[in-house]
Ligand binder design. Structure first.
Ligand SMILES: *Cc1c(COP(=O)(O)O)cnc(C)c1O
Length: 413
């Protein structure tokens, strides 16, 4: 028997694909009635969900031989995290001018950014070391992640954020998970400097991205992209670049994957900065002869960083992967975000820098139109809801509660 829509009040059946949501006979509610299932259903499910071990479900600990083989299962604090999707959207590829563009949505991690991949390892390491508390400076996502993992591990979490400059979603998460929040009257760079000194005097384990265990975890973004592509390297991997921890981590993963024979060539990294926070792009333009510090300003708060802590590591991986560094304006970032949001995907502003950067590099001829490119979306749309509503809340029309008002509003576009 084929599937039908069955009325739960009068039992009348309607075709499965009828465009209705209530029973046309009596107005009752409809249910999907699907009497037959394939006989081999159990085998099919078993095949798809091969791995049932808790730690192997994590997109980080699946790669534990390359991450932290020293950790015993009992040390590990895992959500689990990772296993984020690779997705293709024609409207985004068309906008970027790159036919074979894939998006890796790291906003689909447990706290909505890739920071969870590093945090699971850093907090597990804190537990191995017997620390009682963890601390970080953050533009927001690291604090949300720290707060969640510290709560899970039963450790004190302390975060230093720039007062009044943290995106609402990130701040709300950090409050919810119960970290101690110090809003510093200064910028991110000031927070980072302070937390480095305070963690020493207060006996807290510092889990900023200068922490090597954070970077070990973040390398799995690279491994997972390659594994999902059955170890076929793309031509390029593009990502937003702020403090340069992630650039360094993913670059290291790509070089390791080549060294281990998992891939036969190394994808080129494209690190994208916001024009108002582009000291690394400036350095790249001069052949890395000089290192710069700027007063950072951009709508992309996650990459509003003027003095990137992992500069030297990032130089090594840009060189090692024959990579490039460029910058995009806030207008380009917001235009890319509008296209990504409009595709039903969505991301926070900093994440859109990767797609804006691909578009720019294609236009310049650095990335070929037929190159295979994976652009990393680093954070979830809901991280920064204010930026959307501030822009006027497009799509919202307030009306009286009448049918005429609904019809008028929809017909008039
Ligand atoms: C942290 C973060 C970045 C920047 O990563 P770095 O390691 O600081 O270069 C980019 N996007 C989002 C959403 C982030 O949370």
């Amino acid at each position: 028997m084929t599937a039908t829509l069955r009325c739960s009040s009068c039992d009348a059946r309607q075709p499965f694909d009828a465009p209705i949501t209530r029973c046309p006979a009596c107005g009752g509610l409809l249910e999907v009635d699907r009497p037959d299932q394939p006989a081999d259903i159990a085998a099919r499910f078993a095949d798809r969900g091969r791995c049932t071990a808790w730690l192997s479900r994590s997109g980080v600990w699946r790669f534990r031989e390359l991450i932290l083989p020293e950790a015993r299962d009992a040390d590990i604090v895992s959500w689990p995290e990772g296993n984020t999707p690779l997705i293709e959207r024609e409207s985004v590829s068309n906008w970027a001018g790159c036919r074979r563009l894939t998006l890796k949505h790291e906003g689909m991690n447990p706290t909505g950014s890739f920071k969870d991949r590093g945090m699971t390892v850093a907090v597990s390491q804190a537990r191995r070391l017997g620390m009682t508390g963890v601390a970080c400076a953050s533009t927001g996502n690291t604090s949300a992640s720290l707060a969640a993992y510290a709560a899970q591990a039963g450790l004190t979490g302390v975060v230093l954020i720039p007062a009044g400059r943290t995106a609402l979603g990130k701040l709300a998460q950090t409050v919810a998970y119960g970290a101690r929040i110090l809003a510093v009257r200064g910028d991110f760079d000031a927070c980072l400097d302070l937390v480095g000194r305070a963690s020493g005097s207060l006996g807290l384990y510092l889990v900023n991205s200068i922490n090597p265990f954070r970077l070990l975890g973040q390398r799995t973004i690279g491994f997972e992209i390659l594994e999902d592509r059955r170890w076929r390297a793309p031509d390029w991997i593009a990502l937003p670049a702020g403090n340069l921890g992630n650039t360094s981590a993913i670059g290291a993963a790509l070089l390791d994957a080549k060294r281990l024979g998992l891939i036969d060539r190394v994808p080129r990294l494209a690190a994208i900065q916001a024009a108002g926070a582009a000291p690394f792009a400036q350095s790249f333009a001069g052949g890395f002869a000089e290192r710069f510090t700027v007063e950072a300003e951009t709508v992309a708060t996650a990459i509003r960083i003027g003095n990137p802590a992992s500069h030297d590591r990032a130089v090594a991986v840009i060189r090692g992967t024959n990579g490039v560094v460029t910058s995009v304006t806030d207008e380009e970032i917001l235009a890319a975000k509008a296209v990504i949001d409009g595709a039903g995907v969505g991301c926070e502003p900093a994440s859109a820098a990767s797609v804006a950067g691909v578009r720019r590099l294609v236009a310049e001829g650095t990335i070929g139109r037929d190159d295979e490119v994976v652009a990393i979306l680093t954070g979830h749309l809901l991280k920064d809801p204010e930026i959307l509503l501030k822009a006027g809340g497009g799509g919202i029309t307030e009306i009286d509660p009448t049918l005429a008002a609904v019809e008028a509003a929809i017909r008039n576009g």
